[in-house]
Write a protein that binds this ligand. Sequence first.
Ligand code: GLV
Ligand code: MN
Ligand code: MN
Ligand code: MN
Length: 407
Amino acid sequence: MSASVAGLLREIADVGRDATRGGWSRFVFDDAEMVLREWFVEQAQRRSLEVETDRNGAIWAWRHGSGGPGTGGRAIVTGSHLDSVPGGGEYDGPLGVASALAALDLLEARGVRSEKPLAVVAFPEEEGARFGVACLGSRLMAGAIDPDRARGLRDADGRTFAEVAAAAGLDVERIGPDPERLAGLEAFVELHVEQGRGLVDLGQPVAIGSSILGHGRWRFSVTGEGNHAGTTRMLDRRDPMVVAAGIVLATREVAAGHPDARATVGRVVPVPGGTNVIASRVDLWLDARHPDDAVTAAVVAAIHERARAVAAAEGCTVELVEESYGGTVHFDAGLSGRLGRVLPEAPVLDTGAGHDAGVLAGSLPTAMLFTRNPTGVSHSPEEACEDTDAEAGAAALADVLEDLLRP
Ligand code: GLV
Ligand code: MN
Ligand code: MN
Ligand code: MN
């Protein structure tokens, strides 16, 4: 069989469409993501790949080496994720999985056999949209998050990762580092839709990734006094929403002082959240990124300082908790160099977005390919990819895999 990337994506185009937010909402282990997981398993089985779900909920589809299961040494792996941000685009994640399947079909059509095993992987909770920690599956596998902490992470409904993962069929006592699996992998190459305008500006369909910006997430919790919107005089209020507004403005102003910094407050949750209620507490999440760990730390500290001042003026208190952090990642030079020799026309681009390939870079050689996104927009329904570029991406991935599968 030989599937096109566009054809594969069309099969899942209606899964997790979000009529309220627009775009797609596919959260790890929710109904939509479970449908995508089943779809991936079915696609793998159609290709006679052997499917397994690892202890952390990643699905692996194996093309064994020509000597049979367990032979051929360490595996070459490609793939991405199936979950999305709330109201996200169609391609962030699924493009990498569909391109991997299409690339395997191209290898079959070319008659490429290999002693080395090849796998396609779909990681869970890459976006951290449900449990707050991005790349949760790859972090667990790499030992980059404590399994007890992961088990206790809660979604917006208060359900823990342990409960939700158990309901999805995982043995949650076993989640955590998987050194044996990692030791069996030679290289991971993740293809992803580009999340900026690099390729559009260069007029090229496919790029090789060079690095990922260091990034982290922090939660501010502002506590004030819940009260009545009609009976509480303005000067008598201790309104945490006013402090939240100050934190949002501080985020913009502090980050603007550092040319390479990115800082965003994308989620604000007032408690209890009523139009005629002065909130008693507001939680807000800061996403901050910069190539230099020290600058990110300074940006967060400066925002925190400003937050404390606004909170004091309003008679509120503010607490700051770091939820996750990962420093700047430079992909493996040897592996990326090999991609460059296979794809001499492809430009080399860095990215400000996080990826499982970034987390796994600490454990094995990883690399990335980006496919052109004509809008340059991502984490939005506006994210796009032309069919011809998607096929060019899969063909580039097939070329790379063919090269890496050589002894
Ligand atoms: C994930 O895509 C991120 O970069 O936040
Ligand atoms: Mn994303
Ligand atoms: Mn992604
Ligand atoms: Mn990502």
